[in-house]
Design a protein around this ligand. Structure first.
Ligand code: SAH
Ligand code: SF4
Ligand code: F3S
Length: 478
């Protein structure tokens, strides 16, 4: 049963969605009798873990409605694309895929093509879909996921190009059925939205304002996951360190970590993403005490230049960032840092870029997600005049990747000869002699199997024998 936690919605509305699930189920039973096979659904996710987690909810609802999930678009009766808007490239990829679906729709006119997620939360994109991609049946934004059953039912009842967007903001919905992709690793969103409005970023416009889930709901979900055998809990939010700031008491993200750490069982907790302006000393003090919380933080710095950080509206300086890293290292020995960085932000000079390289050298990130600045319509940075040329962006990007390759290589070398515990994620592709997993510091390890077998989701100890710039290699200890 769907349940509400927001005062904006009444219980009746959730009961209504449950009714629609049952109505579609009946239609799917009829379909199965007639066609001697169930209705097939294919879902594809673009973008970040928030989107992965949303797709797991949609998949959960689809299964409850009697759909069978398939991995081939060609077989499907319903295709759903959950889209990302963070960079232009992400949108182009989706449009490429949607464009190609016109052939499948011609072959099978009753095929339902649905698009949801961040990209279609923008009005100009919905307009583009209406004009150029008329074979799309159904579009809904990130705030309308809970109404998916009702909308899908209306599609079955013959509504053309149904659009459900721009209606609700800041609604937290509990207990939508979830079909988790993994049996040992669970995404647990603790909040949605973002209030930060970094000047380059589209996320606040497409995901709305920050809204936290209640702590009881988060803790109950994690307890149930651990009881059913989940070993890795990944807490999700655009800015997890402002968890609970929209709820009127002093409880915060660090307190939540402490409470999660108290849950019984052998499991680890990761979290992302942390904004440097909100990552508090208290967070690292609590990480130091709580052994189930992994010793790693994803702490995007975006630029090493204070002028650029100001223009990005990030609200910290490179000095403050470095001071935070120093505090974290003192409090949580062995903590590792990964980060995001953007090159070619409007106004970025050679000198600004050198400051970015400098910060990378000073911190020694174990991994870095590097992005070329992409203009996002409707954001303040898109209107800035001093845009950087494509040539300069590409050149800086190459220097950045080369530096990070060296930094990661050096970072990983220190693990050779050490013993680490990893959570097995199964075999390395095409090699049944080698498993892949991650250390407590979130470093990828490829480990040779000895005589014993190892299952997915099992903790094992590995002796590190070699290192590369992107991972460690080792042997499983008996
Ligand atoms: N909430 C997270 C990040 C969300 S988006 C945070 O604040 O850290 C993930 C990353 O995409 C960002 O950290 C940023 O590095 C990058 N990004 C966002 N908008 C971008 C743009 N317009 N061009 C290039 N990279 C961008
Ligand atoms: Fe975007 Fe900044 Fe919010 Fe992250 S904190 S989602 S970069 S606006
Ligand atoms: Fe993309 Fe939306 Fe995530 S824009 S990065 S899918 S929050």
């Amino acid at each position: 049963m769907l349940k509400k936690t927001s005062i904006l919605l009444t219980e009746d509305k959730f009961a209504e969605q449950e009714d629609y699930i049952q109505k579609i189920k009946k239609l799917n039973v009829l379909f199965e009798t007639e066609h001697r096979r169930p209705r097939y659904a294919f879902t594809q996710t673009y973008g970040c873990q928030q989107n992965e987690s949303d797709t797991e909810k949609i998949n959960g609802m689809l299964i409850k409605m009697g759909f069978v999930l398939v991995s081939e678009k060609n077989e499907a009766d319903l295709i759903l694309l959950n889209t990302c808007a963070v960079r232009e490239h992400a949108e182009q990829k989706v449009f490429g895929t949607v464009g190609a679906l016109v052939h499948l729709k011609k072959k099978n006119p009753s095929l339902i093509i649905a698009m949801c997620g961040c990209m279609v939360s923008q009005q100009h994109i919905r307009q583009q879909i209406r004009q150029k991609y008329k074979h799309v049946t159904f579009v809904f934004d990130t705030s309308a996921i809970w109404r998916f059953p009702e909308n899908l039912y209306n599609v079955f009842m013959g509504k053309d190009m149904l659009v459900d967007a721009g209606h609700d903001d800041g609604i937290v919905i509990e207990d939508i059925p979830v079909k988790r992709l993994s049996k040992y690793k669970a995404w647990v969103p603790i909040m949605t939205g973002c209030n930060n409005f970094c000047s380059y970023c589209i996320v606040p416009y497409v995901r709305g304002r920050e809204k936290s889930r209640k702590r009881e709901d988060v803790l109950n979900e994690i307890e149930a996951l651990v009881l059913s055998g989940y070993k890795e809990i990944v807490l999700l939010g655009q800015n997890v360190n402002s968890y609970h700031k929209d709820i009127d008491d002093s409880y915060d993200f660090a307190d939540l970590l402490k409470d999660i750490n108290r849950i019984e069982g052998d499991f680890i907790v990761r979290f992302m993403t942390s904004h440097p302006k909100d990552a508090s000393h208290k967070l690292f003090d609590i990480m130091a005490e709580c052994h189930k919380i992994e010793r790693h933080i994803h702490l995007p710095f975006q630029s090493g230049s204070d002028d650029i950080l100001k223009s990005m509206n990030r609200k910290y300086t490179s000095g403050e960032y470095l001071a935070l890293v120093e505090y974290a290292r003192k409090k949580v020995p062995g903590i590792t840092f990964t980060s995001d960085v953007i090159v070619g932000f409007p106004g970025e000079s050679d000198d600004d870029f050198e400051k970015t390289l400098d910060l990378i050298r000073k911190v020694g990130f174990c991994g870095l997600y590097m992005f070329i600045y992409s203009k996002r319509k409707g954001t303040p940075a898109a209107k800035m005049e001093n845009q950087v040329s494509d040539d300069d962006k590409k050149h800086r990007f190459m220097r950045l990747t080369e530096l990070q390759r060296q930094v990661s290589e050096e970072f990983h070398r220190q693990f050779v000869g050490k013993s680490v515990r990893i959570l097995s994620e199964g075999f390395v592709k095409n090699d049944h002699n080698m498993i892949s997993g991650r250390t407590e510091e979130n470093i990828i390890v490829h480990a040779e199997l000895s005589d014993r077998s190892v299952s997915e989701g099992e903790f094992v100890f590995v002796e590190i024998t070699d290192s590369m710039n992107w991972a460690l290699k080792g042997k499983i200890k008996d």
